[in-house]
Design a protein around this ligand. Structure first.
Ligand code: ZN
Ligand code: ZN
Length: 430
C-alpha cells in the first residue's frame, strides 16, 4: 500500500527539482542567525501561500506554520528548521554565503548555513508543493512547521507561542537532518537517536594585578587551564565505557595583555549525554571540578555557573520508526536505508513537538556528502567505524552537501514517511 501511495505523492517531482535547486542555492547564499530568519521566513510564507497552504507567520519569533487541510484523516506534522550559524564559509561554492550578521551579544559575525538547515527548508517546501498538487491522492491534514533557531533551541519558543492551541494537533511528528553520510542514504534508530545537550557559562573569579608580581594575585587563567584539563577526566574516569557522554570546552576568554593578570576568566562548556543518569552524573562532576579548582587556586569568590540552551534527548517512537524506515526503503530501496547502532552525540530540539503533543515522533538523517569522499571505503564499515574525518561535517566551514540528489532524497523521504499516515484512508474507502 505505502509504496504505491508514496509513488502518487511523488509523481511530477523530477520536474520540480530544478526550481528546488535554485531555491536551495538562494537560501544557502542568504543564511540568517537564530531568531533572525526574517528573509527565509518570508520566502517560506510566500511559497506556501502560492501552493495553497493556510499560512501563519511570526510563530515563536520568526517561525512559519503552514496548514493544509484535506478532509478526514490523520494529522501529520512535518518540521524543518531555518537558521544558519556564525561560521565563515570556506566551501568556495558559487553560491557560498558572503553574509554577515549580528549575534545575540552584539558581535558582528559571518553567517553560513553550516548545518544544512537550508536543505531542510528546501526539502519541506518541495514536499509541501507535492502535497498541495496531489490533493486527490491523500486525506487528512498536514502541518508544515518551519522552525526558527534550532541551534539555540527555538522549538520551545513556538510551543510557548500557543502552538498546541493555534494549529491542528498532530498524530505524528516527522523531521529530518542532512548529514555527512554518503548522499542518498537514510538512517535512524528506534528509541534514543540523538543526545541531550547542556551548555554552561562559567565565570571564574581571581584577583588581577601586574604580570611581574603573580604572588600578589590569584591568576584566573591558570585556574581556567586547570579546570579545562581536569574536565577531560570526567568522561574517561566517571562515565562507563559502554555509555556515551561528551564534555567540550568550546570557548575560553580571559585577559587583554601579556603583563596584566586579569580578574576573571570565562568558559563555555557543552555536555552531551544519552541517558538521564549519565547526564546528572556528568553535570554534577563538571560543577564539582569547577568549584574545586577555584578553591584550589584560592579564588576570592565562588565561580558563577549558569546553564543555557538545554536540549532534551531525541527519542524515536519504536513502532512509528519501523513504519517510517519501511516506507522509505520501499521507495528508495532497502540498500539505502539503515538502522543506526548507537545514538548520535549531536542534539536536536525536534523532539519538543512530539513531547508537547504527547504523540510519536520520528527523526531521521539523510546523507548529503559527495560519493567521492567514500571511494576507497567499504560502506559496510561506516555504521561501525563512523564517518571518515576527511568528510566535512555539520558546523564545519567546508560543510557542503551536494544539492542533487540530496534534495531528491530529502523530499522523497518526507513524502514516503508521510504517505503511511496520509494515504491510509485508501484501505478504508476502496
Ligand atoms: Zn547544527
Ligand atoms: Zn542542524
Amino acid at each position: 500500500m505505502t509504496a504505491a501511495s508514496a509513488a502518487r505523492l511523488l509523481s511530477g517531482l523530477p520536474d520540480r527539482l530544478p526550481g528546488l535547486l535554485a531555491l536551495y542555492e538562494d537560501l544557502h547564499a542568504h543564511p540568517e542567525l537564530s531568531f533572525q530568519e526574517v528573509r527565509t521566513a518570508g520566502v517560506v510564507a510566500e511559497r506556501l501561500r502560492k501552493q495553497g497552504w493556510e499560512v501563519t507567520e511570526g510563530v515563536g519569533g520568526t517561525g512559519v506554520v503552514g496548514v493544509l487541510a484535506n478532509g478526514e484523516g490523520p494529522v501529520v506534522l512535518l518540521r524543518a528548521d531555518m537558521d544558519g550559524l556564525p561560521v565563515r564559509e570556506r566551501t568556495q561554492l558559487p553560491y557560498a554565503s558572503q553574509e554577515m550578521g549580528v549575534d545575540s551579544e552584539g558581535n558582528k559575525v559571518p553567517v553560513m548555513h553550516a548545518c544544512g538547515h537550508d536543505m531542510h527548508v528546501t526539502c519541506l517546501l518541495g514536499a509541501s508543493a507535492q502535497l498541495a498538487a496531489a490533493r486527490d491522492e491523500w486525506h487528512g491534514t498536514v502541518v508544515a512547521v518551519f522552525q526558527p533557531a534550532e541551534e539555540v533551541g527555538g522549538a520551545p519558543a513556538m510551543i510557548e507561542d500557543g502552538f498546541l492551541d493555534r494549529f491542528p494537533r498532530a498524530d505524528v511528528c516527522l523531521g529530518q537532518h542532512v548529514s555527512p553520510a554518503p548522499v542518498g542514504l537514510v538512517g535512524t534508530r528506534p528509541g534514543t537517536v540523538m543526545a541531550a545537550s547542556d551548555s554552561l557559562r562559567v565565570r571564574l573569579h581571581g584577583r588581577g594585578g601586574h604580570g611581574s608580581t603573580p604572588e600578589t594575585t590569584v591568576d584566573p587563567i591558570v585556574m581556567a587551564a586547570a579546570v579545562v584539563m581536569r574536565l577531560q577526566t570526567v568522561v574517561s574516569r566517571e562515565v562507563g565505557a559502554a555509555q556515551t557522554a561528551v564534555v567540550t570546552v568550546g570557548s575560553l576568554h580571559a585577559g587583554t595583555k601579556e603583563n596584566i593578570i586579569p580578574d576573571t576568566a570565562d568558559l563555555r562548556i557543552n555536555i552531551r549525554s544519552t541517558t538521564p543518569a549519565v547526564r546528572e552524573r556528568v553535570l554534577a562532576a563538571v560543577e564539582r571540578i569547577v568549584r574545586a579548582e577555584a578553591a584550589a587556586s584560592g579564588a576570592p569568590k565562588e565561580p558563577e555557573i549558569t546553564g543555557f540552551n538545554p536540549f532534551p534527548v531525541t527519542v524515536n517512537d519504536a513502532e512509528a520508526t519501523g513504519t517510517v524506515l519501511t516506507a522509505i526503503a520501499e521507495v528508495l530501496g532497502g540498500e539505502r536505508v539503515f538502522t543506526l547502532p548507537e545514538p548520535l552525540t549531536g542534539s536536536e530540539d525536534f523532539g519538543v513537538f512530539g513531547a508537547a503533543l504527547g504523540v510519536p515522533s520520528v527523526f531521521w538523517h539523510f546523507g548529503g556528502a559527495d560519493p567521492a569522499f567514500f571511494e576507497h571505503i567499504d560502506p559496510d564499515t561506516l555504521l561501525t567505524d563512523g564517518l571518515p574525518d576527511t568528510v566535512p561535517a555539520n558546523h564545519s566551514p567546508y560543510f557542503a552537501p551536494v544539492p542533487e540528489p540530496t534534495i531528491h532524497t530529502g523530499v522523497t523521504a518526507l513524502l514516503a514517511a508521510a504517505a503511511h499516515w496520509l494515504c491510509a484512508g485508501d484501505r478504508r474507502e476502496k
